[in-house]
Design a protein around this ligand. Structure first.
Ligand code: PLP
Length: 388
C-alpha cells in the first residue's frame, strides 16, 4: 500500500476536530467541554508515589518490556477483586503507553490486510485510524439514539468470512451506553460460533451509573479469544501519564507485546510504580468515582435540557450526547464551530465519529469530568443560546 493512500485514509475529520476545538477554546476563552480529560488531578498520594519513584531512581531506566512486575501483579489483583478473574501476571498482562497504544498494538497484531473489523459507531477516534493502519476494513454497526443499544441481528448479518475482530467498547464513548449482560452474552455467542477475536476497550469500567460493567472475557468461551484493555487515565484521573494495559491469554498477550515492542518498547517507568500503588486503593475510592460523576451527570443533563437540548442521559462514562435540533436547522459541526464565539463553550460534533453520514449529524457531545463550578459556568453561558 502506498503511503499517500494510507495517509488519506487516516486523515478523517475525526483526527483534527479535537485540535480545532481546543484552539477555538483558547482563542475565545471558552469553557472547554470538548476533550475528555478531568480538570482536577487524581489522588495526591499517587502523584507523590510517582515523584518518589523518580527521586529514588525506580523506573528511570527502561522498565521490563511487559511492564514492572509490581504493576502486572496489581492489574491481575484488580481483575480478581472486581471480576473474579484469575490472571497470571507473568504471562497474561502487558503494560502499554495508555489504552491508545494497547488498541493500536492489538489491532496491528490481530488484523491482516483485508480482514474485516466490526466496531460500534460512533467510534472513539483512534479506532478507525488504527484499523486503517493495520490494513483492515472497518464494518460499522450503528448505535442509534435515543437508547444507543447494539442491534444483535445487525451484528450477526454483518459477520462474513473475512471478519476477524469485533472491537467492543463498553461503557461506550461517546454515547455513554453500557452494554447489558444479555447483549454481551449475545456478542460472545457470535464471537465463539464464528471464531472471532474480541478487542474489548474497557477504560470506563469504573464509571457506570446504571447497570454494571461486566468484562466480555468472563463469558463462556471468551477467555482465550479476548484482549481486554483498560487504563489508569480514567480510573485515577492521570491522563497525561499514559499507563494502560492489556490482559488476555499468553498467546494473545505475546502477539500484542510483539507489536508494542516496536511501537514504544516501554514507557512511563516511574508512573508504573505509582499506578501499581493506585490499583490497591480501597473499594471506597472506586465507588467514589461513579458517585462523584453521577452528580455531575445529573447537573449537566438537567441543565442542558433546561437550556433546550434534547438530552440522552448516559448510563456510564463522562460524556453526554445531545440532539441540537431544538436550536434550528444546523449540523453539529456548524453548531460546535459557532458555539465558542456565540456563548464561550466548546463541545464536540459527533458526526465525525460515524461512517453513516446521517446518524450523528445533529448530535453534540459534552464532557462532564470537570469541577462543579466549571459545569455551572458552562450552563450559565449556554443559557444564552436561543432555541430556534
Ligand atoms: C474509549 C476510549 N479508549 C481509549 C482511550 C485512551 O486511553 P489512554 O489515555 O489510556 O490512551 C480513551 C480516551 O479518551 C477512550 O475514550
Amino acid at each position: 500500500m502506498d503511503r499517500p493512500l494510507l495517509n488519506r485514509r487516516l486523515a478523517s475529520l475525526g483526527t483534527t476536530i479535537f485540535a480545532e476545538m481546543s484552539e477555538l477554546a483558547v482563542a475565545t476563552k471558552s469553557v472547554n467541554l470538548g476533550q475528555g480529560f478531568p480538570d482536577a488531578d487524581g489522588p495526591a498520594e499517587i502523584a507523590e508515589a510517582a515523584a518518589n519513584a523518580i527521586r529514588s531512581g525506580r523506573g528511570n531506566q527502561y522498565p521490563p518490556g511487559a511492564g514492572i512486575p509490581e504493576l502486572r501483579r496489581a492489574i491481575a489483583d484488580h481483575q480478581r477483586r472486581f471480576y473474579g478473574l484469575e490472571i497470571d501476571p507473568g504471562s497474561e498482562v502487558l503494560v502499554t503507553a495508555g489504552a491508545t497504544e494497547a488498541i493500536a498494538a492489538a489491532l496491528l497484531a490481530l488484523v491482516e490486510p483485508g480482514d474485516e473489523v466490526i466496531a460500534f459507531e460512533p467510534y472513539y477516534d483512534s479506532y478507525a485510524a488504527c484499523i486503517a493502519m493495520a490494513g483492515g476494513i472497518r464494518v460499522p454497526i450503528t448505535l442509534r439514539a435515543p437508547a444507543f443499544r447494539p442491534d444483535i441481528d445487525e451484528l450477526r448479518a454483518a459477520i462474513t468470512d473475512r471478519t476477524r475482530v469485533i472491537l467492543l467498547n463498553s461503557p461506550h464513548n461517546p454515547t455513554g451506553s453500557v452494554f447489558t449482560g444479555a447483549e454481551l452474552a449475545a456478542i460472545a455467542d457470535l464471537a465463539c460460533s464464528r471464531d472471532l477475536v474480541v478487542i474489548s476497550d474497557e477504560v470506563y469500567e469504573h464509571m457506570v451509573f446504571t447497570g454494571e460493567h461486566v468484562p466480555i472475557c468472563t463469558f463462556p468461551g471468551m477467555r482465550d479469544r479476548t484482549a481486554t484493555i483498560s487504563s489508569a487515565a480514567k480510573t485515577f484521573s492521570y491522563t497525561g501519564w499514559k499507563i494502560g494495559w492489556v490482559t488476555g491469554s499468553p498467546e494473545m498477550v505475546t502477539a500484542v507485546r510483539t507489536v508494542k515492542q516496536f511501537l514504544t518498547f516501554v514507557s512511563g517507568g516511574p508512573f508504573q510504580y505509582a499506578i501499581a500503588q493506585a490499583l490497591t486503593l480501597p473499594d471506597d475510592y472506586y465507588r467514589s468515582i461513579a458517585a462523584d460523576l453521577v452528580v455531575k451527570r445529573d447537573l449537566m443533563c438537567d441543565g442542558l435540557a433546561a437550556v433546550g437540548f434534547d438530552v440522552f442521559r448516559p448510563d456510564g462514562t463522562y460524556f453526554i450526547t445531545t440532539d441540537i435540533r431544538p436550536f434550528g436547522d444546523v449540523t453539529g459541526l456548524d453548531f460546535c464551530r459557532r458555539l465558542p464565539g456565540a456563548v464561550g463553550v466548546v463541545a464536540i460534533p459527533m458526526q465525525v465519529f460515524y461512517d453513516d453520514p446521517e446518524a450523528g449529524q445533529f448530535q453534540v457531545r459534552f464532557a462532564f469530568c470537570k469541577r462543579k463550578e466549571v459545569l455551572t459556568e458552562a450552563l450559565a453561558r449556554l443559557a444564552g443560546l436561543q432555541p430556534g
